[in-house]
Design a protein around this ligand. Structure first.
Ligand code: ZN
Length: 588
């Protein structure tokens, strides 16, 4: 709960839920709300809505809902204090120092902060080595040869790790203890002697930043023939390779604007593409794409152009990435660059040789992934039955992952034509594959869309937002006990209490006082399209409730009469019946 006047409350006042949610979900304006595909359940058409003035979200599919903090807690799988911090940072609100953390947590945070600091120092060390040393000169020559001028080197923070073996270690040793140094991944420990030494030696270094732009690791390319050609930081407390996409910190704005991302293999490819003016490019840092990386990407776009190297390793990586992306329902195109002369071209080489314009044109024309896969299958031997079977088996897992049935069927036809296969045979195989497809998350109907009569919905809405007469309305409803016995009784009760306080009603606070199923119904009502409430309308709603109350009481009285009570009681009941019937006649 955001206590009034607390830091959480201040953040909530200033944070724009549409902007924060918009970093995770692509939102479109729709009437007074914003809608998009729910990040909490799989769906094809948007049932997830964000209310800009009430600052709440609600999913009509799976029923989740809450305020900006709840959203971040669910998305980031974090606790409330962490969510406040994240939202504050996203909105540029300075966060006061945390005092109430547990000692372990505080220690871990300190350690992480030190590791980030250490990486910053290593970065300036590497940059100085490239600029100002004799050894660095050779590295500069290599970079120049690859078309990287001073500008490009600076822009991407490229540096150089010298060959000595302990130059960085000596620099860091005075400030950090051995344990932390070993944990940083910047230095390694000699297995036999236990000595520390620089992990990166005689290598060109590329700083790898996390999504918020902090350097958390390095990638390094051997300058000579040292193996491996590319060496990365190991997993550390601040770096997990499957969680980070290279260049994401700088690409995210471009990705959001362009509504797609280009996925390449390595740092040099990212640098080449970005320098060509195409900023929406990221790399999976030398590993094949991992699910957390896809989740990260998904926050900004669901459209990807995969542009990996054309060699066998690149093809395998492309196909593995395709599988994962399709599973997450991405729209994927594949850009397979043609050879330059007789050389297979990665994006870096291609742009250098053929120019930006040619590359851009190919990006625009990149075919859907199925075309790429068909082309791959056609390279197989299709003259024998066995060969055809192999081709089908190659394609099937991908086609199987297409969530849309019609699209799946269209592709089946196309594959059959292109590979000259018997369509019924292929279809049978596809049909079988489709039934084995991982089914979508089903919504739980018993938790969603509870019925409430229009008049109840309308009154609930008025209590939530009719500033002018909310208090008066609450009084009348409470005095006449008009909402007692209704299915929405608890929602009314919470709203009446809030309204009688005379203060503005906070949807999330009322929601927090309710059971989950009531909270869902309440949010659903808040998201309905509705006219400005008027007191006249409120009065007619009250009348309708009075009538229903009278009807209910009449039915009760009738039951009592039919139960044959003793004479004195019967008399009272009959009088009551008369009175109720009069009341009902008056309201009709
Ligand atoms: Zn949902």
């Amino acid at each position: 709960m955001a206590e009034a006047g607390s830091f959480a409350d201040r953040v909530k006042q200033q944070a724009d839920i549409v902007r924060v949610v918009g970093e995770y979900v692509r939102l479109k304006k729709s009437g007074q709300n914003f809608t998009g595909l729910c990040p909490f359940h799989a769906e094809k058409s948007p049932s997830f809505a964000v209310h800009p003035t009430k600052q709440i979200y609600h999913c009509f599919g799976c029923g989740v809902g809450g305020d900006v903090f709840k959203f971040v807690m669910e998305m980031e799988k974090c606790a409330f204090p962490e969510a406040i911090r994240i939202v504050a940072e996203k909105c540029g609100i300075p966060v006061p120092r945390q005092k109430e953390r547990s000692p372990e947590e505080r220690k871990e945070n300190q350690q992480r902060a030190l590791l980030v600091e250490m990486h910053r120092e290593a970065q300036s060390f590497f940059v100085k080595q490239l600029e100002g040393t004799l050894e660095g000169k050779a590295a500069r020559a290599y970079l120049e040869d690859r078309g990287l001028d001073k500008d490009g080197i600076e822009r991407f923070g490229i540096g150089y790790a010298p060959s000595g073996g302990d130059a960085l270690l000596r620099q860091l040793k005075s400030k950090y203890n051995e344990k932390l140094l070993a944990e940083s991944g910047l230095v390694s420990r000699d297995q036999s002697a236990g000595r520390l030494f620089d992990r990166f030696r005689r290598r060109i270094t590329f700083p790898i930043a996390n999504e918020s732009g902090k350097i958390v690791a390095f990638g390094a390319r051997a300058l000579g023939d040292d193996m491996p050609k590319y060496l990365n930081s190991p997993e550390t407390p601040i770096y997990s390779k499957s969680n980070v996409l290279y260049h994401m910190d700088r690409a995210k704005e471009g990705i959001r604007r362009q509504e797609f991302a280009i996925l390449v293999e390595g740092y040099m490819d990212v640098i080449a593409v970005a320098r060509a003016g195409i900023n929406n490019v990221v790399a999976s840092c030398g590993t094949s794409l991992a699910e957390p990386q896809i989740k990260l990407l998904q926050r900004f776009t669901k459209r990807v152009i995969v542009n990996y190297d054309p060699d066998a390793a690149g093809q395998t990586a492309t196909e593995r990435s395709l599988s994962l992306l399709l599973e997450q329902d991405f729209e994927v195109r594949v850009l397979a660059l043609p050879p330059v002369g007789n050389k297979k071209a990665d994006p870096d080489l291609f742009i250098r040789e053929m120019g930006t314009e040619t590359y851009l044109k190919l990006v625009k024309e990149a075919p859907p992934y199925v075309d790429y896969l068909i082309a791959r299958a056609r390279q197989m031997d299709l003259t024998t039955g066995e060969g055809k079977l192999r081709a089908v088996n190659f394609l099937l897992p991908y086609v199987q992952k297409i969530p849309n049935r019609i699209l799946r069927s269209e592709w089946a036809t196309r594959i059959a034509q292109q590979l000259r296969l018997e369509e019924p045979v292929l279809r049978a195989a596809l049909g079988k594959a489709a039934t084995e497809r991982r089914s979508e998350v089903k919504t739980q109907p018993e938790l969603v869309g509870r019925p409430a009569k229009p008049v109840e919905r309308r009154l609930i809405r008025m209590l939530a937002e009719a500033e002018g007469f909310r208090q008066e309305l609450a009084k009348q409803l409470q005095n006449a006990r008009l909402y007692h016995g209704l299915e929405t009784e608890k929602i009314f009760a919470a709203l009446v209490i809030a309204s009688l306080s005379g203060q503005a009603v906070q949807a999330t606070e009322v929601g927090a006082a309710l059971e989950e199923r009531d909270r869902r119904l309440f949010f659903e009502i808040l998201f309905e399209e509705a006219n400005e409430p008027t007191w006249e309308e409120a009065e007619s709603c009250i009348e309708a409730l009075q009538q229903r109350q009278a009807e209910r009481e009449l039915a009760d009285v009738q039951r009592s009469i039919e139960a044959n009570p003793a004479a004195p009681e019967l008399r009272g009941l009959l009088e009551k019946k008369q009175e109720l019937m009069r009341r009902l006649a008056a309201t009709r």
